[in-house]
Design a protein around this ligand. Structure first.
Ligand code: SAH
Ligand code: SF4
Ligand code: F3S
Length: 476
C-alpha cells in the first residue's frame, strides 16, 4: 500500500492531530509516512501516549516528543525521512530537551544502525513495540538512547482504541491483521513487519460498531493480504489447523460479511487483496451487500509470467487474468485498481510490453506505479542482479503511467450520465460551494452544496467530469 499509495499524496508526512483539550500536558508531534497501515498504527501510538498524558500538536517546534512513523518500501521513501530528520536536528539545537523517535518500518529495518547513522535520534521503535513507548520515552528522558525492535507473532493491538488522527469524522481505518508471510522477492515488508497474524474478529466488529455509533459511515479493513485473514477461536496458529478447523474458522469472506452486517449505512472497503488468495466467496459477499464497496485493489506487479515467478508472487499472467474475469462476472460494476513495478531484475523489453498489454486488457480505474528499487536483505537482492539501468526503469515507468492515464480517463468518462449513491465526506478542496464524496467504485464526485450534510448519503447524477473527478448534481 503506498509509499504512500492510498493515502492522499498531499498527506504524506503531514502531522496528524486531534483537539483533545489537554492544556499544559506533554506535547507529541507525530508524523507519518508510508501505507495506510502505518497511518493506522500512528493512531494506535497516539492512543497509547494519550494515556500517558500526551496530546498531539501540529507544531513540531512546540513538541516535547517528535515521532516519525517511517516507511522502507523503496529507497526514496527512506531518503524522505532522512531529509526530514535534518529539520528536526535544527529544532533540537534550539531545544535540546526535545526527544526524537523513529517508528515503523525503517526503524525495524535499520535497528541500532539508525542510532549510529542519525545522531539526533533518541529512540528507535519497531511496529510491534508501541506498547513499550512510554517506557522508552522514560529511558530517553533519563539520557539513554532507547531501542525496541522486537517483532511479535501475536501482537495485534486488538484492545487499543485508536485515536482518530486527521480524520474527516466519516471514514476510518481498521487494522484486521499485521505482518506478511508472502516473501515477494522485491519486498521488505516481511522483514519490517514480521509474521502474519489475524486479529480477533470480535474486536474488529466492536471497533466498527463503535465507529458507527460515533457517526463514522465508512471503514477500510487493512492488511497486507486481507484474503489470507484467518481466525480460529482457540487462538491456534494458522499453519497447524486441520482442514476441518479451517472450515469452522473466520476467513476474510466471513469477516467481510460480519462487518457488512454492522449496519447497511456503514460502507466497508478493504485493502490489499492478493491475486493468489482472493476467492470467489469474497467476490460473492461484495456482490451481495450494497454497503460493501464495489472496488478491489488487486496488485499485479508485472504482466509477464517469468517475471512474476521471479517476484515469487504465487500466480502467473493467466491466473491473474482469470481473477479479473471473475470480478467482472460476479461484480460487473466493480472498480479495479492495481500496483505495477517496472524494471524488475532482468525484465526484457518484451516482458515490459506484456505488462502494458495486461493493462490494456483489464483497463484499470487507477494504478500505483513504481520503478524497481532494490531493498537490502530481500530475496531479489540476494538472488538477482539489479541489472536494468535506471533510465530504462524510468522510461518503462513513464510508458506505463501514460497508458494508465488514458485508462483512468476512459473509466471516469464511462461514469458520466449515471446516478451514484455518494457518501458525503466534506467540502470540496477546490470550492467552498461544492461538496465532495465518493461513489462505491471509489471515484471522487463533487456537487453543489445545497443542504448536503457530511456523513450522509446522497444520490448524485453525474453530468460531467475532469480527467480524475466526477461532477454532478444531487437528485431526490
Ligand atoms: N501487500 C501489498 C503491497 C504492499 S507494498 C501487495 O502484496 O500487493 C505496496 C506496493 O509497493 C507493492 O504492491 C509494489 O508495487 C510496491 N513495491 C514494493 N516493494 C517495492 C520495491 N522494492 N520497488 C518498487 N516498488 C515496490
Ligand atoms: Fe510485500 Fe508481497 Fe507481502 Fe505485499 S504480499 S507486503 S508485496 S511480501
Ligand atoms: Fe507500509 Fe512502507 Fe512499511 S508501505 S508496511 S510503511 S515499508
Amino acid at each position: 500500500m503506498i509509499e504512500n499509495k492510498t493515502i492522499d499524496e498531499n498527506r504524506q508526512g503531514e502531522a496528524l492531530v486531534i483537539e483533545d483539550g489537554n492544556v499544559g500536558g506533554k506535547k507529541l508531534f507525530l508524523e507519518s509516512y508510508g501505507c495506510q497501515m502505518n497511518y493506522s498504527d500512528s493512531e494506535i501510538v497516539a492512543s497509547i501516549l494519550s494515556k500517558d498524558g500526551y496530546s498531539t500538536t501540529d507544531k513540531a517546534e512546540e513538541a516535547d516528543v517528535i515521532l516519525v512513523n517511517t516507511c522502507a518500501i523503496r529507497d526514496n521513501a527512506e531518503q524522505r525521512v532522512r531529509q526530514r530528520l535534518k529539520d528536526f536536528k535544527k529544532l533540537k539545537r534550539k531545544n535540546p530537551d526535545m526527544l526524537v523517535g523513529v517508528l515503523g518500518c525503517m526503524a525495524e529495518r535499520l535497528k541500532t544502525k539508525f542510532l549510529e547513522e542519525e545522531k539526533i535520534v533518541d529512540m528507535v521503535v519497531g511496529p510491534d513495540s508501541y506498547r513499550d513507548l512510554p517506557n522508552l520515552i522514560g529511558q530517553a528522558e533519563d539520557g539513554h538512547r532507547a531501542i525496541n525492535v522486537i517483532l511479535s507473532k501475536e501482537e495485534t493491538y486488538a484492545d487499543i482504541t485508536p485515536v482518530r488522527l486527521g480524520s474527516n469524522g466519516v471514514s476510518a481505518f481498521i487494522s484486521i491483521m499485521r505482518g506478511c508471510d508472502n516473501m515477494c522477492s522485491f519486498c521488505v515488508v516481511p522483514f519490517t513487519r514480521g509474521r502474519e497474524r489475524s486479529r480477533n474478529p470480535e474486536s474488529i466488529l466492536a471497533e466498527a460498531r463503535d465507529l458507527f455509533d460515533k457517526g463514522y459511515r465508512e471503514v477500510t479493513l487493512l492488511g497486507q493480504n486481507v484474503d489470507s485473514f484467518l481466525w480460529s477461536g482457540g487462538g491456534l496458529k494458522k499453519e497447524t489447523l486441520t482442514d476441518e478447523q479451517k472450515a469452522s474458522s473466520v476467513n476474510f469472506a466471513k469477516l467481510l460479511e460480519m462487518v457488512a452486517l454492522v449496519s447497511p449505512d456503514l460502507r466497508v472497503r478493504f485493502s490489499t487483496s492478493h491475486p493468489k488468495d482472493m476467492t470467489d466467496n469474497v467476490l460473492h459477499v461484495i456482490a451481495k451487500y450494497e454497503n460493501v464497496c464495489k472496488y478491489i485493489h488487486l496488485p499485479v506487479q508485472s504482466g509477464n509470467s517469468r517475471v512474476l515467478d521471479m517476484m515469487n508472487r504465487g500466480y502467473d499472467r493467466e491466473w491473474y487474468l482469470g481473477r479479473i474475469e471473475s470480478i467482472k462476472k460476479i461484480i460487473p460494476e466493480c472498480g479495479i485498481s492495481t500496483d505495477v513495478i517496472t524494471g524488475f531484475c532482468s525484465e526484457t523489453e518484451e516482458e515490459h510490453q506484456q505488462t502494458i498489454s495486461l493493462m490494456e486488457s483489464v483497463v484499470y480505474d487507477f494504478a500505483y506505479m513504481f520503478f524497481y528499487s532494490e531493498r537490502p536483505k530481500t530475496l531479489a537482492e540476494r538472488k538477482y542482479p539489479d541489472d536494468i539501468p535506471e533510465e530504462v526503469k524510468k522510461r518503462r515507468l513513464a510508458e506505463v503511467i501514460d497508458v494508465q492515464r488514458a485508462h483512468s480517463a476512459i473509466r471516469i468518462k464511462g461514469m458520466v450520465g449515471k446516478t451514484y449513491r455518494v457518501l458525503v465526506e466534506g467540502i470540496s478542496k477546490k470550492s467552498d460551494d461544492m461538496m465532495m464524496g465518493r461513489n462505491s467504485q471509489n471515484a471522487v464526485v463533487v456537487f453543489p452544496k445545497q443542504n448536503c450534510v457530511k456523513g450522509t448519503y446522497v444520490n448524485v447524477f453525474v453530468d460531467n467530469c475532469t480527467s480524475t473527478t466526477l461532477i454532478g448534481k444531487v437528485i431526490d
